[in-house]
Design a protein around this ligand. Sequence first.
Ligand code: GLY
Length: 353
Amino acid sequence: MSQKIYFTNSPARIIDEYINDSGTPKTFILTDENTAKCVLPHILSESRQLRDAEVITVKAGDINKNLDSLSYIWERLQNGGATRRSLLINLGGGMITDMGGFAGATFKRGLRFVNMPTTLLSAVDAAVGGKTGINFNGLKNEVGAFKEADAVIISTTFFNTLPLEELKSGYAEMLKHGLIDGKEAYRRLISYNIESADWDNLLDMLEESVNVKRRIVTEDPFEHGIRRALNLGHTIGHAFESHSMKHNSPIPHGYAVAWGCVTELILSRLLLGFPGEELHRFADYVHDTYGPFVFTCEDYPELIELMHHDKKNMSSEINFTLLKDVGEIEIDHTCSEDDIKSALDIFRDLMHI
Ligand code: GLY
């Protein structure tokens, strides 16, 4: 992985040095309407190099991560005279780093881009590792490319204006990295109270967490094997997310991942002997931080059907990443529908539903 990742309390200084050192002739900033109001003015007031940058603003929300917005970005780059030596800065959450990354990968067959994630979720996941793309024809991330940002600038100073729900959502991906990585990092994470986060502490923990992803992506950039470890919690998490969306009570992505991790640890316990004490401790932490995800056994068929549609499956069987213990990963595990139903029963018990 050649991409440089900065962890800093002074993002404007880092981007100024980056632009200065790379001799960038023209800079574009891609952002969305919310970030343009909450974050962009601060970074523009603190940076010298960004004063003349051309700002491209798109509508906020994953629904706008589409071909129309992408076409608008290409048009603005073209009209603004972008060349392969230009720099595109993607300032925003995962929607912006995904779509801006794809614009950067494709415009003139590729121009340099830097990700500046402004949410914890995008800092810990989307901004790092080179997955770029847009939603298409009703399917999420259907069209895209693997293309790493030249640099990622991560700063908790961007998180000041984030609602607590957004912070907690991003923290779930950190918990996932802790479970994958091993006991020491994991212990720190489940002893931390994200509801009263201290930005300096969080920056240190974020660095440790992003480095878990960095190590895995370096080993397997195109997801042929071990990168699938990063899907822990996501097979069931995506089913929870889609189910809640279909029933008009959408849940944040990270909440779905946290509940998905609990259910997949239950499967890990049933099938691989994951330690019961660890499972209970994790389930209690998730219950206290995220509350319960409420459903009944009548929802099981629909949830299982959604799991069958997960694009990580290679065949008609449902594919999981499971753990033998914290830090002991088993990718490509298939489970029977009866195992999944038992895990959903136990999840409801552990969540006191
Ligand atoms: N979000 C998981 C990955 O980047 O592979």
